[in-house]
Design a protein around this ligand. Structure first.
Ligand code: KG4
Ligand code: ZN
Length: 347
């Protein structure tokens, strides 16, 4: 049955991960990742030019490894999907140029897809077709949004978003304040395991403005509060309890995200929710979301951490969904863009 479904190759190069995925239907056959994160670490953030060059070097070997892992040849591929945006344009261009060349060379259709929608749809590889409708919480390094995903994932309607920093950005900035390496999210997660989440009551952004911003987020005040708290400790000559700060920050971020997720689902009468994006790998966010969704009678789906952070399988998953739904492929001259809106799944 699934053998009849198209074999979709997914290519992801929006940031510092060269991701190649191979998917048939909802079946994940390969998910190869080459990361240039170590090359950026000493700069404290991703250097676009360095990322682009790394993609160029990693692309062909990653394609080879993915085909080997899946036990297929490139000539078996029925469709190519590639991240067209949002992301670093120079980095995106490497993936898009590769995908276009493969599309022409293999004579197969191409889908230029949205990275953000891919973060939501990737869950289908683990838990099957997304329920319709579903509330999506998308939390990555550059974006934080609450979405109503409806009409077989054809309609992605933004309900709320961050007014300033993204959740991942908040994790990364706080980690930097604490002297932890980049990217900081996984480090905060790790350090928090030995800390007390109630040690410090960091602010929950927009909590006093729920009427005006029911499903929005704000994390810049949190970052400022942590900076002040750390500075005060240092000024007093006291050591900074890194584990307690990490646990308290993580608690504040998870609290706000899960609170709005449940509110959006309840208010819209939607009984299903999905979390996607790199921050969805956070252990406290996953645990708190589960407890709160259970209490509210909402069925929660969160993909395993390896599918949350950037990867090629998520791109292939969205390509597979578009191909199955009979969506027209993208014209070969589709562009890359740094700011593709989440409402647009593909070109
Ligand atoms: O989705 P993603 O891999 O890339 C973007 O599209 O931005 O997300 C990266 C973000 C980074 O900010 C990183 O620190 C954060 O996800 N992240 C985490 C965890 N793993 C990755 N944040 C908190 N806890 C984690 N375990
Ligand atoms: Zn991402």
């Amino acid at each position: 049955m699934t053998a009849d479904l198209p074999l979709v190759l997914g290519i992801e190069t929006s940031c510092d991960e060269t991701g190649i995925g191979l998917v048939r239907g909802h079946n994940l056959l390969a998910n190869e990742i080459a990361s240039s994160v170590d090359e950026h670490a000493r700069f404290g953030g991703v250097v676009p030019e360095v990322a682009s060059r790394a993609h160029l070097e990693a692309m062909e070997p990653a394609l080879e490894r993915a085909c080997t892992q899946a036990g297929v040849r490139l000539s078996d591929v029925d469709a190519v999907a590639v991240t067209a945006g949002p992301g670093l344009v120079g980095a995106l261009l490497v993936g898009v140029a590769t995908a276009k060349a493969l599309s022409v060379g293999l004579g197969v259709p191409i889908y230029g897809v949205n990275h953000l929608a891919s973060h939501v749809v990737v869950d289908e590889l683990q838990h099957g077709e997304l329920p319709d409708p579903t509330i999506g919480l998308l939390v990555s390094g550059g974006h934080s949004s609450l979405l109503l995903v409806a009409d077989d994932a054809a309609r992605i309607e933004p309900l709320g978003q961050t007014l300033d920093d993204a959740a991942g950005e908040a994790f990364d900035k706080v980690a930097r304040l604490l002297g932890l390496p980049f990217p900081g999210g996984p480090w905060i997660d790790r350090m928090a395991a030995d800390g007390d989440p109630q040690a410090i009551g960091f602010p929950r952004g927009l909590s006093t403005e729920r009427d005006r911003y029911p499903y929005d987020f704000s994390f810049s005040g949190l970052k400022t509060a942590v900076a002040r708290w750390v500075k005060a400790r240092e000024a007093a000559g006291e050591p900074v309890p890194v584990a307690d700060v990490a646990a308290s920050v993580q608690e504040a971020i998870a609290d706000v995200l899960t609170d709005r997720l449940v509110a959006a689902a309840v208010d819209h009468g939607v009984g299903h929710a999905v979390i996607g994006g790199g921050v969805a790998a956070n252990s406290r966010l996953r645990a708190m979301a589960q407890v709160r969704c259970d209490a509210a009678g909402i069925e929660l789906r969160v993909p395993r951490p390896a599918l949350c952070t950037d990867n090629g399988a998520m791109v292939a998953a969205l390509g597979s969904r578009l191909a199955r739904s009979g969506v027209a492929p993208s014209p070969l001259d589709f562009p890359t863009t740094s700011n593709l809106p989440v409402t647009r799944r593909s070109w």
